[in-house]
Structure formats: structure tokens, C-alpha cells
Design a protein around this ligand. Structure first.
Ligand SMILES: [Zn+2]
Length: 105
């Protein structure tokens, strides 16, 4: 289970209230366990709603991966790569069996 908390900045007037105090505008962090692994890092947002969405996505992605076979996971992985790369490198050409990217037949 993942929990959100605010890492109070030194100038925050609520710093003495501890990390469970969330009614300020300090950076939001996540802490907890995801698939047996410890998770503790900044979510790079000050927006509580956005932070909840990020955590929801992290947990949802894990469920999708756990319930996927290899044949389901490969297209999802390629799709994720295309989406991630498209921001910086433009659209990737789809990789198809028998295409030159797989080498000579
Ligand atoms: Zn604060």
C-alpha cells in the first residue's frame, strides 16, 4: 500500500506537525510498498489530486503487468516505448515481424 505525505520545506509554518499534516503546499512524496518493494520518492508535484492520480496509475500498472502473459506484455511494452519516445524523437515506425529491424530472413 502506498501513502502520500508532504515533505515540509524548512520555511513551512507546519513543519513541526510532521509529515501527516498535508494542508500546506510542500512537495508530495509517496511511501509504502508496491509488489513487495519499498517505494519512497518525490512525486514532483504539489497538487494532491495529481499525486493521488500518479499513485493510482502506479498501482494500476502493476495490476496490468501481473495479469498479463508475455504475448500481452510485449505489445504493451512496445506501445509504452513508442509513447515515451514520441515526445522527443517523433513517431516510431511500427516494428513488424519480417521487417528489416528483425534482420535478414
Ligand atoms: Zn508544509
Amino acid at each position: 500500500m502506498l501513502k502520500l505525505w508532504r515533505r515540509h520545506l524548512p520555511e513551512c509554518p507546519h513543519i513541526d506537525k510532521g509529515r501527516t499534516w498535508v494542508k500546506c503546499a510542500c512537495p508530495i512524496w509517496v511511501d509504502g510498498s508496491l509488489d513487495g518493494r519499498r517505494v519512497r520518492h518525490s512525486l514532483d508535484t504539489l497538487n494532491w489530486q495529481r499525486a493521488n492520480q500518479i499513485v493510482h496509475d502506479m498501482e494500476s500498472d502493476l495490476v496490468v503487468v501481473k495479469n498479463s502473459s508475455i504475448s500481452d506484455a510485449v505489445p504493451m511494452f512496445i506501445s509504452d516505448c513508442e509513447r515515451a519516445c514520441s515526445h522527443e524523437m517523433g513517431r516510431l515506425a511500427p516494428i513488424k515481424p519480417g521487417s528489416p529491424t528483425f534482420g535478414p530472413d
